[in-house]
Design a binder for this molecule. Structure first.
Ligand code: SF4
Length: 244
C-alpha cells in the first residue's frame, strides 16, 4: 500500500478508463496504492513494446522469433524517419500548457509509442482489435501542446502481430484520427470538463470506505488488483456469472 496522499491527478487514458470500468479497481489501485499486477497478455505487450522501441531506434535486438520478424517487417516502413521519437512522455497542466511528465502540476499525461512528424503511432501488440478514440484524442492534445507540431496531427492504432486478411495492406491499423489546430480547443474543452466532472464525482467518495467505490464484476477477468479485491474474494468467476 502507498503512503502517498491520494490525488486524482494526473489523468491519463488508463486512469480514466480504470475509474469508468470499475470504481473498486480504481480505489484499490489509485487510492489505496495496490500495485497493478500485469496479466500475461500485458507482460507480453510490454516486452513487445520494448522490442519495437529498440527496433525503431535502429538497435540490434536479440531473441526475435519468426512472428516478431514478420510483425516488424510489416510496420517498419512506417517508422523510417531519422527524426522519429519513441516512448515520448508528455504532460499538460490544467491550462493545456506543457509541463514535465512528473510535475505536480500535471493534469493529463501519456506516453506516446512513436512520433514521426505529425504522425503518432500507438502499437497494439495483442490479437484483439481493441482501440479507443479517446486515447487518440488524449495523445493529440498532449502533442499539440508542445507548439512545434507538424499539422495535421494524425493518430493511428497499429497491430503489427495481426496479419491482414485482405490484400493491399501490409499491416492492420485503425485510424488515422486527424486533428487540426482549430479543432483542438473544442476537444480540450470537452475533455477537461469531463475529467473535472469525474474529479467532482471522486471527491464525493470517502477514500477510507471501499463501499463508496462500486465494484464491477464484468471487468474482473484480467483485473490487475484482483488478488486484493475482497468483493471477488477469490471467487470472481462466480461473481461474473452472477452478473450476467
Ligand atoms: S476484481 Fe473485479 S470487482 Fe474487484 S476490482 Fe477488479 S474488476 Fe473490480
Amino acid at each position: 500500500m502507498s503512503e502517498k496522499p491520494y490525488n486524482p491527478r494526473p489523468w491519463s487514458y488508463s486512469r480514466e478508463k480504470c475509474f469508468l470500468e470499475c470504481e473498486r479497481r480504481y480505489w484499490l489501485g489509485y487510492v489505496q496504492g495496490v500495485e497493478f499486477a500485469p496479466s500475461a497478455a500485458m507482460r507480453r505487450g510490454s516486452e513487445k513494446h520494448a522490442m519495437f522501441e529498440a527496433l525503431v531506434q535502429g538497435k540490434e535486438v536479440e531473441g526475435m522469433d519468426a512472428d516478431d520478424m514478420a510483425a516488424w517487417n510489416r510496420v517498419e516502413p512506417l517508422v523510417r524517419d531519422e527524426q522519429v521519437e519513441t516512448e515520448k512522455e508528455l504532460a499538460v497542466d490544467a491550462f493545456r500548457m506543457p509541463v514535465d511528465y512528473d510535475s505536480p502540476d500535471a493534469f493529463l499525461r501519456g506516453k506516446l509509442d512513436v512520433i514521426s512528424g505529425g504522425l503518432i503511432i500507438d502499437w497494439k501488440m495483442g490479437q484483439s482489435m481493441m482501440y479507443d478514440q479517446r486515447q487518440a484524442d488524449i495523445y493529440a492534445i498532449l502533442l499539440s501542446a508542445k507548439g512545434d507540431v507538424c499539422w495535421p496531427l494524425t493518430v493511428s492504432f497499429v497491430f503489427p502481430y495481426i496479419k491482414p486478411e485482405c490484400s493491399g495492406t501490409d499491416f492492420v491499423s485503425f485510424g488515422p484520427y486527424c486533428y487540426d489546430p482549430k479543432g483542438m480547443r473544442d476537444i480540450w474543452d470537452l475533455m477537461q470538463s469531463e475529467l473535472m466532472a469525474l474529479e467532482t464525482e471522486i471527491g464525493k467518495k470517502n477514500p477510507a470506505d471501499k463501499e463508496d467505490w462500486a465494484p464491477n464484476p464484468a471487468g474482473c477477468s484480467g483485473c490487475g488488483v484482483w488478488a486484493s479485491c475482497d468483493f471477488c474474494n477469490g471467487d470472481h468467476i462466480t461473481k461474473i456469472l452472477e452478473a450476467v
